[in-house]
Design a protein around this ligand. Structure first.
Ligand code: CP
Ligand code: NVA
Length: 300
């Protein structure tokens, strides 16, 4: 199922078929118990224009476990940060490396890099998508429920995680209900495109309605990287969208709590919920490593 992924890019789960997504999850499960040197002598370049703990370290460790190596490229320190074009960077890096992971602002920058690189390009987060995180989230749901037969409630900002989870749901048949305040709803184009493909997506203002009967409740920060100057206005706009014990009580009794991390306790989630028995956030973070290995092994 993942054979077709060799040499391809991973810019969004939108671009993968259902079989490819499920195949990556199967491969992640295999690599979790049995490390193989599938990428001996292969080298991944990792361009970061934003901070990272999980993405950087899980990709780096994944390459080492698979027998290869990763090179950390802070955008500030390579010529890209001084104005060298993405298309020149893509062609130069393609002469040295076997794959590129990039974390940046615009999805169009990642698309441009992929267009001009002749090695696989992996999206390690943009303002509008985060496919590798969504794969780890799917694996965590699969670990807990052995299926995607249920509703994922996403409470909060309709930006990168919402988009990534909409496509994750679309590719697995999982339902997704998103509750966001006015002005912070998920991208209507993404919602319509997913609906057109038969995805089960609903969008509401009401967190309780979204969470009702859900098997997993997900949230993310109210101000993402690059939005630090909007912290105060966003804190106001997201009042009533905190995942707390009372909101979790509307979910299924076996529901789990997920968060891509980093979390702001006391804002999008209470300390009680993230530290509570339903929380799976550290399994979810660990799963980044396993899915990263699967993605790298399949693409490179
Ligand atoms: N969840 C996630 O992508 O974390 P980092 O920002 O630490 O990479
Ligand atoms: N929405 C968050 C996700 C971090 C992993 C951000 O973009 O900062």
């Amino acid at each position: 199922m993942v054979e077709n992924l060799k040499g391809r890019d991973l810019l969004s789960l939108k671009d993968l078929s259902q079989n490819e997504v499920l195949g990556l999850l199967d491969l992640a499960e295999k690599l979790r118990v049995n490390n193989q040197k599938l990428l001996a002598e292969k080298i991944l370049g990792m361009i970061f224009a934003k901070s990272s703990t999980r993405t950087r370290i899980s990709f780096e460790v994944a390459m080492l476990h698979l027998g290869g190596q990763a090179i950390f490229l802070s955008q500030r320190d390579i010529q890209l940060g001084r104005g060298e074009t993405i298309k020149d960077t893509a062609r130069v890096l393609s002469r040295y490396l076997d794959g590129i992971m990039i974390r940046t602002f615009l999805q169009s920058e990642v698309e441009e890099l992929a267009k001009f690189a002749d090695i696989p390009v992996i999206n390690g987060l943009t303002d509008s998508d985060h496919p590798c995180q969504a794969l780890a989230d799917l694996l965590t749901i699969k670990d807990n429920f052995q299926s995607f037969n249920g509703k994922l409630a996403y409470i909060g900002d309709g930006n990168n995680m919402a988009t990534a989870l909409i496509w994750a749901a679309a590719r697995t048949g999982m339902e997704i209900a998103i509750a966001s305040p006015k002005g912070y709803k998920p991208d209507e184009e993404v919602v319509q495109a997913a609906l057109k493909e038969g995805a089960k997506v609903t969008v509401t203002d009401d967190p309780k309605e979204a969470v009702k009967g859900a098997f997993a409740v997900y949230t993310d920060v109210w101000a993402s990287m690059g939005q630090e100057d909007q912290q105060a206005e966003r804190k106001k706009a997201f009042q009533g969208y905190q995942v707390d014990r009372k909101l979790m009580a509307f979910a299924d009794k076996n529901a789990i709590f997920l968060h891509c991390l980093p979390a702001h306790r006391g804002e999008e989630v209470t300390d009680e919920v993230i530290e509570g028995p339903k929380s799976r956030v550290f399994d979810e973070a660990e799963n980044r490593l396993h899915v990263q290995k699967a993605v790298l092994a399949a693409l490179i």
